[in-house]
Design a protein around this ligand. Sequence first.
Ligand code: COI
Length: 356
Amino acid sequence: MQKIKIELTKNPKAKPTDETNLPFGTIFTDHMFVMNYDEGQGWHDPRVVPYAPIELEPSAMCLHYGQEVFEGLKAYRTKDGRILLFRPDQNMARLNVSNERLCIPAIDEEFCVEAIKTLVNIEKDWIPSLEGTSLYIRPFIFATDAHVGVHPAKHLLFIIICCPVGAYYPEGLNPVKIYVEEKYVRSVVGGMGYTKTGGNYAASLKSQDEAEKQNYTQVLWLDGVHRKYIEEVGTMNVFFVIGDEIITPALRGSILSGITRKSSIELLKSWGYKVSERPISIDEIVEADKNGQLKESFGTGTAAVISPIGQLKYGGNIMEINNGKIGEISQKLYDNLTGIQWGNLEDTMNWTVEVK
Ligand code: COI
C-alpha cells in the first residue's frame, strides 16, 4: 500500500462553537487528502495537506466537459468518544462504478478507505458531538488536462474534503414537501443516472429552483421515457408504504444505488417487512392515496438520512401523507439506522468501521 505523506497546517482555523448551527456543506476543516493520476504513472503521491484553494488551468477538462465524480459519507462521534464511519467500503466501490462510466481510472478501494481514515483521524477534533451532527466527507475526482477537446483525461486529481454538518434539510426529521416534476427529466437508462457525477445534479437545478419557488423542498423525478415511473428525489432515494408493502424503485441504471437505501432495505427485511424493489408509477401512488392505502413515504440518503415525506404535489393533486407527520416505519428506520451510526445501538450488521 502506498504511504500517505502528511503536512499539517501551521494556521489551524477556529472550529465552530455552536453545534446547533452547522449549515450543511459550508464549513471546511483544516486539511484535505490529495492524490494525482497521470497516464503512465497511475494514481500516485497520496498526501494530506492543509485545506487550500487549488491551482487549475482555465482549460482544465473538468470545467468544460464535466468529467467528474464524487462520493459522500459521514464520520460520527459516539457518546463514549469513538469515531465511526458507516460502510465506507460501499462508497469506494460505488466511486469505482462511477469511475468506470466516466472513463476515470479505477482507484484502489481499500487504500482509499485507509486515506479516509487517515484524514478523519487528523480532523477528529472537528467532528461535532451534538445529536444529529457529524463530519461529512466528500471524496471527488476530476480531470485536470489542459485541453479543449472531448476525450477521457490523462491527468486527474482525487481530493477528499470534510465539513462538520447538521441536518441537510432545514426541516430536520420533520416531513418535507416534495413536488413531482413533469416537465424535465434527470436521466434515462443508458445515461449516467446511476453514477454520482456533477452533471446529474446540474440537470436537477432548474426543477429544484422551481420547486423551491413554490415552497417545496425537493423534486421527485419521473422516468425519462414514459414520464410515469418514480425514479428518485433530488438528493435521496424514495420509499412508499402502500398497504403492507414497502416499495422502492428498482435499480435499472437511471437512479443512484444509495447506500442508505441498501441499508434501509436490509434493516426492513431483517424486521420481517415486505420490501419490493420494483417499478412503481405515479398513478399507483395517486390511486393508493385515493383509497387510503398510501400510509407513509420517506427518502434515504447520506446527507438526508431518513427524511419523511409529508406532502406530494403532482399537477393539481396534492397528497397529504400520514397527515403530514412522520410515520411509524420511517421513525423506526431513523432510530435504528442513526442508532447504529452514532454507536448507540449494537451494530448487528457489522456496518461501522472505527477510526483509531
Ligand atoms: C449525499 O447524500 O451524500 C449526497 O451526495 C447528496 C448531496 C446533494 C449532499
